[in-house]
Design a protein around this ligand. Structure first.
Ligand code: PLP
Length: 364
């Protein structure tokens, strides 16, 4: 049986979410129509909105559905001029690449945004600027000090955006507690359908300017007919992810077992972010000199799917900017692979990975 360990790229859709999406796909009507068909579709959107809001400690009225987290991130970042933006060095490309010339906040060797460097960086920004920080890094799984930095940013009159795509359903996410103004989610990291995300806006904060024109949907922030089947599936996956959040923590036992074995196999293996607090499902590691592309291919031939670097957007294998930002050499950064477990991962999947990994490393 093939083993899927690339859940940070995309988690398999949960059967309950797929069933909801399928039911809505077969249903007729536009959620903006006033007739009974339209009202039923509207009901499905609003039900999902409440479930997605609950996942982030928000009210339904704060949620704007988008086509992806990439779109939600772009909406926020594009609302600010480049000179009024700071992002961490380890943000997803949908944050980092919007204003390539903006201020970059460095990270420590453990993969944590450096709080004192962030404070110094933020002191250079004019009031009303934006700081964008992810809550959990997609490659290392390291949990970022968003709350600490947000509190300092607020004192300086700055806005905070938090990409919580890899955090939701894995650790508690609460927009109020984090004290952030904008928060991004994506359905397909939780076991929902691909192609739907959400931007959650703090109460009392004006929404960003829409990227599109031509409709009044989603509080006029995101015009365009809502993708009701995907939104319905998102709602169901959000409900389940929230319900199973304690269960998700148990994956750390499998991760620790795997990391112990790979260190036994090759003690020189570097596990990135191992000294920081991480989400339970993610492990990023490498052996300098053994190229990630070769490892991913050998694992794939043995029926195991993992990823290398930030492969979630293009499938192109290159040095990981996240690992480089942590101070690793280009050779080490080109040698990292990421194992990411999900709601469906079993202990036998990890045992199989360990067996195949030992064969590959032992024979290389
Ligand atoms: N932000 C982070 C941290 C991600 O890991 C990803 C996807 O890998 C995204 C944003 C983009 O999400 P989407 O696929 O919904 O555009």
């Amino acid at each position: 049986m093939p083993v899927y360990l690339d859940n940070n790229a995309s988690a398999p859709v949960r059967p309950e979410a797929a069933a909801m999406a399928y039911r809505l796909l077969l249903q007729k009507g536009n959620a903006s129509s006033v007739h009974s068909f339209g009202r039923e579709m509207r009901g499905a959107v609003e039900e999902a909105r409440a479930s997605v809001a609950a996942l982030a400690g928000a009210q339904a009225s704060q949620v704007v559905f988008t086509s992806s987290a990439t779109e939600a991130n772009n909406m926020v970042l594009r609302h600010f001029k480049p000179a009024k933006v700071a992002v961490s060095a380890i943000e997803h490309p949908s944050v980092r690449q919007v204003h390539p010339q903006c201020l970059t906040l460095p990270v420590t060797a453990d993969g944590l945004v450096d709080v004192s460097a962030a404070k110094a960086g933020m002191s250079k920004l004019p009031e009303g600027s934006l700081v964008s920080l992810m809550l959990v890094n997609n490659e290392t799984g390291v949990i970022q000090p968003v709350r600490k930095i947000a509190a300092k940013a607020r004192k300086r009159g700055l806005y905070i955006h938090c990409d919580a795509v890899q955090a939701a359903g894995r650790i508690a996410v609460d927009i109020e507690e984090l004290e952030v103004d904008f928060l991004t989610l994506s359905a397909h990291k939780l076991g929902g359908p691909m192609g739907v995300g959400a931007l959650i806006i703090r109460r009392g904060v004006a929404p960003p300017a829409p990227i599109f024109s031509g409709g009044g949907q989603e509080r006029r922030v995101r015009p365009g007919t809502e993708n009701v089947p995907a939104i319905g599936g998102f709602g169901v996956s959000a409900q389940l992810a929230l319900k199973e959040i304690d269960q998700f923590q148990k994956l750390s036992a499998l991760r620790d077992k795997m990391e112990e074995k790979i260190r036994q196999e090759a003690p020189q293996t570097i596990i990135y972010g191992a000294h920081a607090r991480r989400v339970s499902n993610t492990s990023c590691f490498g052996l300098a000199g053994i190229h990630a592309q070769m490892l991913v291919m050998k694992l794939d031939l043995a029926g195991i799917a993992v990823s290398s670097g930030a492969a979630c957007s293009s499938g192109v294998v290159r040095e990981s900017p996240v690992i480089l930002a942590m101070g690793a050499s280009p050779e080490a950064a080109a040698s990292t692979i990421r194992v990411s477990m999900g709601w469906q991962t079993l202990e036998s999947d990890i045992d199989h990975f360990i067996k195949i990994w030992s064969n590959i490393i032992g024979g290389s």
